[in-house]
Design a protein around this ligand. Structure first.
Ligand SMILES: [Zn+2]
Length: 299
């Protein structure tokens, strides 16, 4: 196993490798220091500007970025979250089989939040990484994943070398990023040549969920989503960023009412029934989309 720092690069010059020096990381090329904030490497070029930007986003909804993300065991959508996990585990299991290996060298949970997913993702890789742009969440991610390398990063100026990761899990992040094609280009840059991207996002461009927003206009005002994808609009963006789509999967059905949805789908029978009926009758109106993709080869 190689030193986890070998895959990360200096956020200042974007060239140098990082080495630990008392309480910080120093770039071997430009000698600039990246601070550790409560022990977490802050790999952004301007930490002050980064913190200001986060505070500004929080003025829209103070709970964003602070509220704990409920893990599968306690979420009202626990049965749905389990279906998601089983689907992703199947994809990753197939990937290991294809490679004939028990673990890939490196996995990145890009936008890992509180690190709930990294706990089960880490078994697929020798070295696992989790990053987010929010230190509050990263502190929780680190506490839950002491084996992983956890760092602060800006996806549009990402502090890792090209081709560093064999698997990237990019779950419920892209719908928050205005320049989504640029973010997807970053993912493509970070993937190893035969690396696998597993991307999850709400299928909120679908008529069923647009109807839910129209019925409850306040939910549209307070959402922090800036994109409302369907399988078609999402995969078009992914292709534009140089990714080759391997599989598109619709998952999760519910009533087009945000509050009612959480109340009734906590019951397994209800969640299973919606899944079964939805898949049969309204296959394109699921709540979640998962896409598996790889970087286009530069033949
Ligand atoms: Zn540097």
């Amino acid at each position: 196993m190689i030193d986890p720092l070998q895959r990360l690069r200096c956020p200042h010059c974007r060239e140098g490798k990082l080495v630990p020096v008392e309480g910080a990381l120093r770039c071997l090329t430009c000698a600039k220091i990246s601070a550790l904030e409560n022990g977490i490497a802050a790999l952004v070029a301007d930490f002050g500007a980064h913190a200001t930007e986060l505070e500004r986003a929080r003025t829209i909804n103070p709970l964003w970025y602070v509220e704990e993300q409920l893990p599968e065991a306690t979420s009202p959508w626990r049965h749905h979250l389990k279906k998601r996990r089983l689907y992703v585990e199947k994809l990753l299991g197939n990937e290991l089989k294809r490679r004939g290996t028990a673990k890939v060298p490196a996995l990145l949970d890009l936008g890992c939040g509180d690190g709930n997913n990294l706990k089960w993702l880490s078994v697929y890789a020798e070295t696992s990484y989790g990053c987010d742009y929010n230190l509050v969440r990263l502190a929780r991610a680190r506490a839950q994943n002491p084996q992983a390398t956890i760092f602060l990063a800006d996806i549009l100026d990402f502090p890792a070398f090209d081709g560093s990761f064999d698997i990237i899990f990019f779950n419920h992040v892209i719908e928050h990023i205005r320049d989504d094609v640029r973010a997807l280009q970053t993912v493509k840059r970070l993937l190893a040549p035969d690396g696998l991207l597993v991307l999850g996002t709400p299928n909120e461009g679908a008529g069923w969920w647009q109807f839910a927003y129209r019925r409850d206009p306040r939910s549209m005002e307070t959402t922090d989503h800036v994109h409302f994808y369907t399988a078609e609009t999402l995969t078009a963006r992914m292709r534009a960023a140089g990714l080759v789509i391997e599989e598109v999967h619709h998952m999760g059905w519910g009533p087009p009412d945000w509050k009612l949805d959480g109340r009734i789908r906590k019951y397994k029978l209800v969640d299973d029934a919606f899944e079964w009926i939805g898949r049969a009758l309204l296959p394109r109106q699921a709540s979640s989309l998962y896409v598996a993709a790889r970087p286009a080869s530069v033949a």
